[in-house]
Structures are given as structure tokens and as C-alpha cells.
Design a protein around this ligand. Structure first.
Ligand SMILES: [Cu+2]
Length: 169
């Protein structure tokens, strides 16, 4: 029995060591698609039982023609919607929008408080550190496949005082 315990411990250490030695997959810092540069692509995991996740990124357009993000799909959700967050009279709400324009020579931050991609009806469990595949459809650049790193929800220090934190994305 003693030797079995030692063996079990050895296996556990081996597995732990393996986990450390094999670097977790990481999303590339920047993805190029024609004149577009996509960076800081990440998926916010909900810090509650909500099954919806918000995806963020920064899209730069180095070209001389405007482009538009028209939609997206993901391996982790049945539906992905483009959402815009707005604040009117202190009430924060989000609504689906048909497209997100990226001006020529400009950039759009798809970030908390502005735009986000909403992953609805998750099809698999994701947790911090995982990578989620997202296929973006642009009017000009066409289809672009990116990897989004799953991160925990906004750190407590950055959290708004609003009770309605579910809609703070
Ligand atoms: Cu949303």
C-alpha cells in the first residue's frame, strides 16, 4: 500500500510537471488579414452562472479603404452577435448591431463599454487560459479566423460600482 501511494504521488508529480513543462497554447499577439491588424483578442468569462461571454479585440485598418465587421461564428457558441453598449442617463444597456465600421487608417477598440462580440448559447465549457476559435467576417478582408484567449472577468479593482455589472460589457 505504501509503495502504491508513492507511485500515485509520483504520477501526480509527473502530471504536474508535465503541465508546467508544456506551455499552454497562447493566442498570437497580432493577426494580419490584408490591411487589418487584430490584437488583444480575448474572451471574458462570466464570473457568475451566466452563459454569455463577451469577446474583445482591437482592429486597426492600415489600408486606404474602410472595412466593416459584419458578423462572427465560434467553436464555443451557437450564436455570436455584434453588440454595442451605451449609457443613457446612467442606465447601461446593450443592443445588437448589424456591423462595426473600421475607418481607413483608423482603429476600433472592441472593448468594455463600447462594442463587444457576444457569444450566446455556449456549446462547450471554457475556462481561463483556454483558447476559443472565432471566425470573423469582414466586408473587405473576408473571413478571418482568430484565437481568443479566455480570461477571467474584469478584476475587482476595475469593476464598476453599478449593480448591473452583467451589462457592463
Ligand atoms: Cu452583449
Amino acid at each position: 500500500m505504501q509503495s502504491f501511494r508513492l507511485l500515485a504521488l509520483g504520477v501526480a508529480l509527473l502530471l504536474a510537471g508535465c503541465g508546467v513543462g508544456t506551455a499552454a497554447p497562447t493566442a498570437p499577439d497580432e493577426v494580419s488579414a490584408g490591411p487589418l491588424r487584430l490584437s488583444n483578442i480575448w474572451l471574458r468569462t462570466p464570473n457568475d452562472t451566466s452563459s454569455t461571454d463577451a469577446l474583445y479585440m482591437v482592429i486597426r485598418n492600415t489600408g486606404s479603404r474602410p472595412d466593416s465587421l459584419l458578423g462572427a461564428t465560434s467553436d464555443a457558441a451557437a450564436t455570436v452577435e455584434l453588440h454595442q453598449t451605451s449609457s443613457t442617463g446612467g442606465v447601461v444597456a446593450m443592443r445588437p448591431i448589424p456591423e462595426i465600421s473600421i475607418p481607413a487608417g483608423g482603429a476600433v477598440a472592441i472593448e468594455s463599454g463600447a462594442y463587444h462580440l457576444m457569444l450566446l448559447d455556449r456549446t462547450r465549457v471554457v475556462k481561463a487560459g483556454d483558447l476559443v476559435t472565432v471566425t470573423l467576417l469582414f466586408q473587405q478582408a473576408g473571413t478571418v479566423v482568430v484565437q481568443a484567449e479566455v480570461r477571467d472577468a474584469v478584476p475587482t479593482t476595475e469593476r464598476s460600482d453599478s449593480k448591473d455589472s452583467n451589462h457592463q460589457h
